[in-house]
Design a protein around this ligand. Structure first.
Ligand code: C5P
Length: 208
């Protein structure tokens, strides 16, 4: 069974994807981390993330970079959103994600285009959303817990800028697949959001 979990930044999709993977015993790939690694590698190379050839070069990042805690920063998220607009970058990361989705036994992937581009055949597609204030508050708490100094206003502005870039890009924009189930987590706590996602997946695939 392939489960695609898409949605904007801080909607709760990562938490939900991890919990679904644990519940169904499936491997999980956070595809945003791949784009974050490209953005970070581009910065480390002194490249310009808005330049397609600099961004493409950075797709050859070493796997060890995926363990770099810096990838979780707001700055890396912003860089990821800039490199991810280039079709060459999306193409370079496609096979890795597609291969992960197609492994025998299935997989859970979370991102922006899993249900539309990477695994349109996914049996379960969730599109996780939440209001901007709810998402900003969550991200703020995460950043505080990680000891990162950022203000709520900065996070809100960054989140809206990233949403806009992700929704408006020409290649694989952030959008729900027509057969995705919408899950709004604005008023749900972690447990309730996970329970709702499991119920949706079980209703779609009752024998898994
Ligand atoms: O999910 P996360 O916030 O880590 O993603 C960082 C950025 O990577 C997103 O804002 C988006 O621009 C890009 N991304 C993407 N396609 C994916 C996953 C992430 O374009 N499948």
């Amino acid at each position: 069974m392939i489960i695609a979990v898409d949605g904007p930044t801080a909607s709760g999709k990562g938490t939900i994807a991890k919990a679904l993977a644990a519940h169904f015993g499936l491997p999980h790939l956070d595809t945003g981390l791949l784009y974050r690694a490209v953005g970070r590698q581009c910065a480390l190379d002194g490249g310009n993330p808005d330049d397609s050839s600099d961004a493409l070069k950075a797709c050859a990042f070493p796997d060890s970079l995926l363990d770099d805690p810096e990838l979780r920063s707001e700055e890396s998220g912003g860089l990821a959103s800039r490199v991810s607009v280039h079709p060459g970058v999306r193409q370079a990361l496609y096979e890795r994600q597609r291969g992960f989705a197609l492994q025998s036994g299935g997989a859970v992937l979370d991102g922006r285009d899993i249900g539309t581009v990477i695994a349109p055949e996914a049996e379960v597609k969730l599109f996780v959303v939440a209001s901007v204030p709810a998402r900003a508050e969550r991200r703020f708490r995460e950043m505080q817990a990680a000891g990162r100094a950022v203000s709520l206003a900065e996070i809100s502005a960054d989140l809206e800028a990233r949403d806009k870039r992700d929704r408006e890009r020409a290649e694989a924009p952030l959008t729900a697949a027509p057969d995705a189930v919408l899950l709004d987590t604005s008023d749900l706590n972690r447990e309730a959001a996970i329970a709702a996602a499991i119920a949706i997946a079980e209703a779609k695939c009752p024998h898994s």
